[in-house]
Each structure stands twice: as structure tokens, then as C-alpha cells.
Ligand binder design. Sequence first.
Ligand code: SF4
Length: 355
Amino acid sequence: MNRTLHPGHQATSELQGMNLKIWRSLQVAFWLIGFGIFTALIFFPNIGIQAFWNVLIPVAPALFVLSTGFWRNVCPLGTVSLLPRHLGISKSKRLSLKWQGRFHLIGVILLFVIVPVRHIVLDTNGLATALTLALVAVAAFTAGYFFEWKSGWCSGLCPVHPVEKMYGQKVLFTPPNSHCGRCQNCVIPCPDSIPDMNPAKANMRKSHRISSTLLVGGLPGFIWGWFHVPDCNANAHWTDCVLAFGLPYLTLGVSLSLFLSLRKYLHEKHEPLIVSAFAAAAVSFYYWYRIPALVGYGLFPGDGMLVDLRAAFPFWMVLVSQIVVAGFFVWWLVFRDAKAAVWAVRPPFAGRREG
Ligand code: SF4
């Protein structure tokens, strides 16, 4: 197999000394926070649900937009996945380009399957959320045990990775890559080290093209539909539970059809703009509905509420914040004249290995 080395933005030496210690400390700190949330989900489910679904998850999309690399350096599941490599027990198998594409497709499918389950059970059940996280952690560790560096999980099966690619087109901040020691060129192209890794450029394999088109075209509609379904709690009608899957998939289809039509009828040179616009729409829809829900003004009172601020803030203030946040992401991803930056500085190459 011909594996081309993609230089990207490359460091001249491995991360070491105080810088490495700081990143390792951050990784341990985020891992402990993650483990603390996991434990709370089991023993103090109300606190765990608030910490995970109503604090950590709502912060994530903005973090992907502003510094995908920071999150990839400290993500607790990423750390779990790369633990076998850091400990020197990973089998470090090379993943063929064909399987890289298939892993990406599986990641996108997992995303679209897991998120609706939030309405069915995860948003309201700490134990179910903890069990899901445990299964995901086992999958991440197994992927890291068998495959080289990030190819199995962080840039492979992880269902969040496709979203990182979609949102992290114009990051603000590029840290060093604090996980990979010497680059083994494990993923081609490496999403951490190549600028502007928007999914429209994923033109290598059929599975990559399908997953990228499905994600970029479908995500805005999927998010819109998801927010128009209530949590399927004890008071819910059974149709609410069917809708948890049905409505997001229906609106995903509408959004995807629009995306495909735009791609078909607009000139090819507009494709990056279409991708940016759909990314901006997805993240803006997310915060448009998530901000009011967090403070008690959601479409379904109580669902996804962190703190009830209705007595303290009138609705117009929430509306202003929705407009400002949505406007910011549209400007950031579509109109801001910024050069694409890498997520993380690539460490020096380890040299070629036989594939
Ligand atoms: S920097 Fe190199 S080793 Fe690390 S994920 Fe990218 S290609 Fe793989």
C-alpha cells in the first residue's frame, strides 16, 4: 500500500519537559473529572446527569469550533483509547485506507443511533448513561489496543470525531499534539495535522464519501428534529418514543436533500461554502434550542434544564443571547476571513514502516 506522508504543520522535536508534564496533568485532570461524572451517574444520578448532559455536552460544540485540538488532547475517552499505546502494550496494527473509511462510516452511524436514545432513556437515567459510557470506554480501549495511535478510535470509530471535523474548520487555537509521541502516519490524511479537514474533502473512499455527505448534509436537520421531541419519561405517550427516532431522521432526510440539491445545482467551487454553511447551521441550531432549555425556557419545560432562571431573566434576554450566539457561529464559520489552521501541531515523523 502506498502511504504518502502528509507534512502538515510539523514540530521539530517531540513534546517533552515541562510542556509534556502540563499536558499530561491536564489529561489526568480531565480523566478524573470524567471518572467523577461517571461515578456520579451511578451513585448520584441527578448530579451526574446535570454534569454530563447539561454542562459537559453543551460546552463541547463550541470547543470543537474554537479549539478541536485542545479537546482531542484532553478528552477522557481519547486518553483511555491511547493508554495501551502510552503503556507500550498496543499491538499498533496499521489500518488500511479502506478500513479507515469504514470506521468513519461506523462512527457517523453510531452518532445518529446514540443521540436519539438520549430522549428514550439516557437524558433521564444516570445508570443507563453510565453503562453507555462504560461500553464506549471499552470500545475505545480495544481500538487503541489493536490499532496504531488514533487510527482505531480518535480518528476512527469515535462518533464525535466526524462532528469535530465538521465544526473544526477554522480553529482559533492550535496546541501541540500531546498524545502522539512520534508520528507513525497512522491515519491518512491525519485530521489533527492537516488544515481544513472539512468532510467535503474526504474523497478517498466510497465509505468516506457516503459518511461525510450523510453527516454534513444531514446534521443540521437531525439537530433541528431532535430538539422538537420531548424526553420519553414516565409521563410520555408511546408516540413520543417513536418520534425520538422518527422526527430527527425525517428532518435529517430533508436537510440532506437540500444539501445534495445545492451540490448538484451550484458550481463545484461553492462546495466549501456550502459545507461551512451547513456546519454553521448545525451548531447554531444546537445552541438556539439548547440555551433556552438550559435556563428553563425550552420547548419542553424541564427537559435538559440546568437551572430555572425564568424568574430572574425575561424571555427577551434569552432570545437576544440566542441571536448573538447563532450570529457568532455563522460569522465564524462562514464569513470570517480566516486561514484554515491545523487542530494540533504534528510531532516529528518516526520514519516509514512497512504497511
Ligand atoms: S499525528 Fe501521526 S501518529 Fe498522530 S494521529 Fe496523526 S497521523 Fe497518527
